[in-house]
Design a protein around this ligand. Sequence first.
Ligand SMILES: [Zn+2]
Length: 408
Amino acid sequence: MRVAWTADGESWRLDFRLDPEDSLTGTVTDGARVLLATNSCAVRLPRPLADVHPDLLALAAWTVVAPYTRRRIAFDRPVSPGVAAAIELGWGIEAGPVGGTPRDGSRLAVSYSGGADSAAVAAILRDAPLVHFQRVSHPRVPNRWAHYRSDVLARLAVATGRELAVVRSDLEFTLAEPRPGYPEHHAVAAGAALLADELDLGGIAFGYEMGSRWLGGGRYLLRYTPDNPMWSATGKWGTLFAAAGLRLVLPVGGVSEATTMRIALGSELREQVRWCLRGDDGGACGTCGKCLYKELIRAAIERRPLDTPITADRPVAAKWQKPPPYGGQEMIEYGCARVPGIESTPFATAARHLGATVESTSWLDRCYPPALEEIPDPWRKQVEDFMAEEVGLMSEDEVRRVESWGAR
Ligand SMILES: [Zn+2]
């Protein structure tokens, strides 16, 4: 694989060429199979930059091309030995040329999507700048996903009134299958990486919560995953980000989606929180699978009946008519245990199978301490203080619930 970046004003274009051993198909770190659609993309920053550190360019490029690279990657500028070593160690891919000096920074930015998880992170890190990734169309790939209202989400990010950089990119259209999306989940931070020197960033905070970080997330079902290759501090991505002087930080990695929802809706960002990509300026669509799932969590924390037009016979509710396991099962248990009248909702079958109670799911209301230990030193205390005051830490019994998740 050979990659090259060219800057044109505020726009940075990435071109990549596959070597003979590379492949148009690949496997993402989360295990998903992907098919490449095209070999270029662009990242448009809020303003032109004189230059970007080669390690940051390499990091951003790697989030796009990693799934297809089989043996070696040649960057267009020399990277630091640490970045090359992280790619070789993590992926078994030879990376070069090597010769650059490493970088670092001091601030922490939030990778802000506008959903409840990243809004919770923004609420915890009150002074951190936000970097928002906005999907835009690709000049060479037809956009059959025009119902994705990334423009609405970008407007909501602006409406937070926070220090904000909106980064516009078509990199999701480098994927032909399964659909346009991040080639690796970390590609959402491509813009933050390019801006890291400009913003003096030493870390980037993501909204990945306990389910994504410790309970299997998108990669494993019902499995405790301390070694999660995507999000653990010492996993291959955590190591690579750190080598590029941009540490990967998960301020809500120790709490459930119920807790991030509670933090987000209790914060000053409440009016801007939006997890649905299909809604317009009037609000979320209310009819997609994501809206149904989040409504279950929201109804649970508000201890009220489910408010949804979706019925059990709708395709978006199909998976809840089957027996478990489910992705995000801890939150289905939490919701089914708390929402009044669950037996007359699309979750009735799931609730019957799971048999969860308020008591059996109360561990999901507190913070898993090892997640705090993963947060790098300059930023840990602020998060620790917030969790101690606003959430509370898990007891030893509750810690065991996390660490035996999925075990029989
Ligand atoms: Zn929706």
